[in-house]
Design a protein around this ligand. Structure first.
Ligand SMILES: [Zn+2]
Length: 393
């Protein structure tokens, strides 16, 4: 059922003002009885006081805020919702996923992905990082008017020719699957091409035990599995290192790389991520469901890393709602401030996807798109708490 209290507003091109009892300009600036002036598809100013007039729309007593950003998801796995074993370990889940995905076939995958993507604006999401292994979801993102980056994901070896396009509202980029599934040559090749195109590169990193052990050089069974799949990892420079260090040595880290998960990282890894200004994205509900743990968010924030939030797919997560993801983080990490959690779902995600000039805050120059959350709050102190606890944890 759509949530009738979440309204996704895309202002038309004519000059107009939208006001509300509360306006979250950014995670650290909350205005009362304020408004947003827009024209020609952009925010022109943020108004502390709003004069009345025919071009003013009073949204009501609730909260006007930036669209939410889902920086990592896989729409093409939406058909697998409620079909896979959660809580029984990662490897059984992966095997069940591959079997179920193959048995469903592309038309069922596309149908479920279309249904899921259409619901996103009604869940407050306006900007996405969508990762597609089968290449089925690119055209689906345009219908609900989403902005973001569509990543074609690669595993194994080879030198593919991804269709790269630095366009707005939707860019096309590429992703490496993970350090233990994608050859170092392919990772370097993709990163190099994407960098030249001015795009963001995405990769899962430091997620599973199998990955950690393989990169340490202690996972013969994963080595044998790769051989069975026709991939010979004998020249991969694994051994005595973490996945983050492995990617650093390959030259993959940097400000235009989005490292997703970081469930298992050392202090040195955190230093490497911070020193290289690598963008990071966390998917805590997916991690909890598959690995029974979540990343150390306070440690990441202490290093001044700015985590984005993603939901991963409906194969490992209950919903694609960022309200739900924020509520889960709030529940499991009560010491992380509401402003930091809200930043993860807005500003940090926009930066991670290379779209900080268009999304993430309600500031002049940003897209004239916002959410109105129709829920009352009696004081400024409660606004962010209300927003981050709004979802189902
Ligand atoms: Zn993922």
């Amino acid at each position: 059922m759509p949530d009738t209290r979440i309204h996704y507003i895309r202002a038309k091109d004519e000059p107009a003002v939208f006001k509300a009892k509360w306006v979250i300009k950014d995670p650290w600036t909350i205005l009362e009885n304020a408004g947003i002036a827009v024209a020609a598809g952009r925010i022109t100013s943020v108004l502390d006081t709003v004069p009345s007039g025919p071009s003013v729309t009073d949204c009501g007593p609730g909260i006007l805020m930036p669209p939410l950003v889902n920086a990592h998801m896989h729409l093409e796995l939406s058909a697998l919702a409620h079909r896979l074993p959660l809580g029984k370990g990662f490897e059984p889940w992966v095997k069940a996923l591959l079997t179920a995905r193959d048995s469903l076939g592309p038309s069922a995958l596309i149908r479920a992905a279309r249904h899921a993507v259409q619901a996103l604006p009604g869940q407050g999401t306006g900007l996405v990082g969508e990762v597609s292994t089968l290449g089925l979801t690119r055209s689906l993102l345009t219908d609900p008017g989403l902005a973001g980056v569509w990543f074609q994901e690669y595993l194994g070896t080879g030198y593919p020719a991804p269709d790269l396009a630095a366009d707005f509202p939707l860019s096309a980029s590429a992703a490496g699957h993970a350090p233990h599934t994608t050859s170092p040559d392919l990772l370097r090749y993709l990163k190099n091409r994407i960098q030249k195109a001015g795009l963001v590169f995405s990769i899962h990193v430091a997620e599973s035990d199998a990955e950690m052990r393989f990169i340490e050089g202690n996972n013969r069974s994963w080595h044998d599995f790769l051989i069975q799949r026709g991939i010979d990892p004998k020249d991969w420079p694994v051994g005595n290192k973490t996945p983050v260090k492995y990617l650093k040595d390959l030259g993959i880290l940097g400000p235009h790389t989005l490292a997703v998960h970081l469930l298992q990282v050392t202090d040195t890894d955190l230093d490497l991520l911070a020193d290289t200004k690598t963008c990071i994205c966390l998917c805590p509900r997916s991690n909890q469901n598959l690995h029974n743990r979540i990343p150390d968010i306070p440690a990441l924030l202490k290093r001044h890393l700015k985590p984005a939030l993603g939901t991963d797919s409906l194969a490992s997560c209950e919903s694609l709602s960022l309200f739900d993801e924020m509520a889960f983080v709030r529940h499991l990490c009560p010491k992380v401030s509401p402003a930091d959690i809200f930043a993860m779902a807005t500003k940090n995600g926009a930066s991670a996807l290379g779209l900080a000039d268009r999304f993430g805050t309600l500031s002049p120059g940003k897209q004239s798109e916002f959410i109105y959350l129709d829920t009352g709050v009696s004081s400024r102190d409660q606004v962010l708490e209300k927003v981050i606890c709004y979802g189902t944890r």
